[in-house]
Ligand binder design. Structure first.
Ligand SMILES: [Mg+2]
Length: 313
């Protein structure tokens, strides 16, 4: 999760991860010398190795030789651009002689720039540093566009995209997809009693606690709107989602945030949780899951709030 106060924000000049791909050891050594002081340099000596490297870890930028035995630079670039995981990595072709036909083919394959092997070290560094700065700014904007400004959780747009993607993935895998819809009990009363700044602080505290309840990377916690939160749990059957929801209810209760205008006994902030689980199908829709979780949440509220209700769709 990237937050505005994240160290990432000031990391414009931190060492980037450069992948140098060239079949000639001499060229690799030269590029390594140019960039090693400023960046972390990784090397691959073939197109196949380069793709394998990117499959395991993502570099910030790739310096790619055009002429190589096996997969040449253009083919490598095209493949990287077709894969959603690697398509955002800037690719720079390093060529012995840049002619306009070659440049056209390279740009059409998805490269951002060309550098001549004969260019000076300073020119190479300057061009690469500019591209890395642009890449980082783009990454930052993209992550901010997915965040809720107040809580730092994923926002509604990110949740919608994630739920849709997980529904489609579930259709292929046949594994259950769970949704937990969460509402802070009597939150309007909280705001009326303590004021909106205290309400915001409460939302932030609850958000942080909910986020802390998830350690599996495929899970997502998002702010759904107002005082509502939502969790997406791929590959999770009803029993697992129910247990997770119960533990979240306990964790928020344990925060002990005073709420004297709550009608739940105890005078502290509590949450109601609605769980729905479905095996995604092509006949159904991910909206079914939201409707189901909404129904569970309604039942939890009707039964006196501060509790979990579940539904298997
Ligand atoms: Mg070569």
């Amino acid at each position: 999760m990237t937050r505005v106060d994240d160290p990432m924000f000031g990391a414009q000049h931190a060492r980037a991860r450069l992948l140098v791909v060239d079949d000639q050891p001499l060229n690799i050594r030269l590029l390594h010398q140019v960039f090693q002081a400023d960046h972390q340099v990784f090397v691959a000596t073939s197109g196949e190795d380069a793709l394998a490297f990117c499959g395991a870890q993502l570099p910030d930028l790739i310096l790619l030789d055009v002429v190589m035995p096996g997969l040449d630079g253009y083919a490598v670039c095209r493949r990287l651009k077709l894969d959603p995981r690697t398509c955002e990595i800037p690719v720079v072709f390093v060529t012995s002689q840049v002619d306009s036909t070659e440049e056209e083919v390279g740009l059409a394959a998805g490269a951002v720039d060309f550098i001549a092997k004969s260019a000076s070290a300073n020119v190479m560094r300057a061009r690469v540093n500019t591209l890395i700065t642009l890449k980082r700014q783009t990454d930052l904007l993209r992550s901010l566009a997915q965040l809720d400004g107040l809580t730092g959780l994923a926002n509604r747009r990110h949740f919608d995209t994630k739920l849709d993607a997980e529904w489609r993935r579930g259709i292929r895998s046949g594994s259950p997809l769970a949704l937990i819809l969460i509402d802070i009990d009597y939150f309007k009363n909280f705001n009326d009693c303590y004021g909106h700044p205290a309400g915001d602080a409460c939302l932030q505290q609850v958000a942080k606690c909910l986020q802390g309840g998830f350690t599996r990377s495929p899970d997502l916690v998002a702010r759904y709107g107002g005082e509502e939160f939502v969790c997406v749990l791929p590959d999770t059957p009803l029993a697992g989602a129910d247990a997770k929801a119960q533990s979240l209810e306990t964790a928020i209760r344990a925060l002990g945030i005073p709420h004297e205008k709550s009608e739940v006994p105890g005078g502290i902030v509590t949450i109601s949780l609605g769980v729905a689980v479905a095996i995604p199908t092509t006949r159904g829709n991910h909206a079914d899951l939201i409707v189901g979780a909404d129904r569970s949440l309604y039942l939890a509220k009707n039964a006196g709030r501060a509790q979990v209700k579940t539904l298997q769709i």
